[in-house]
Design a protein around this ligand. Sequence first.
Ligand code: 0RA
Length: 198
Amino acid sequence: MKHNEYSAKQIQVLEGLEPVRKRPGMYIGGTGLEGLHHLIWEVVNNSIDEAMAGYCDHVTVELLKDQWIRVSDNGRGIPVEVHEKTKKSTLETVMTILHAGGKFDKGGYKVSGGLHGVGVSVVNALSKWMRVEVKRDGWLWSQEYIRGLPKSEIQKEKKAAGTGTVTIFDPDPDIFPKIKWKKSKILEYLRHQAYLTK
Ligand code: 0RA
């Protein structure tokens, strides 16, 4: 049994994002309006989990030009140190490996109790472009991705006070035939989550 559990973990670590782009519906339910909005839910849910863990009390969702979305929180920031299994930063690991954001990385961190999300790497896989900024350990860190692949190593940008995570993404038109956010739908979801979250 020990041997099998070990093998399963290894497989999880090695799983890239190709299956997500190949069969997006398996991960977000479809590529129509509902599936598109799932991208926001996935990112926001990570911030809400951070709030439920007691480390975050502000989550902002902004609709930017050209249908880009920005989600910001004032949580601890996604860890950036080298991940022992992947030898990459934990940020890159979470963003580029399927399921890497689950219990495998976070220990007892998830407390939402509801359905576990598919992970923010799925959003990354289905985005033409994505950027994550993390403030922690006194620095602003960033990394950008194109269709789930890092454009470069994680960048240590500049000294910065405070902590938090900012995620900006631009959904991939090769995946989503129509990219138009429905403000009323986003507000309804956010109000519902705000009601459910302390
Ligand atoms: C795991 C551990 C730690 C932070 C997070 C996850 C985290 C993830 C996201 C995703 C969006 N916003 C987030 N904020 C935090 C921190 C572990 C530590 O500092 O000891």
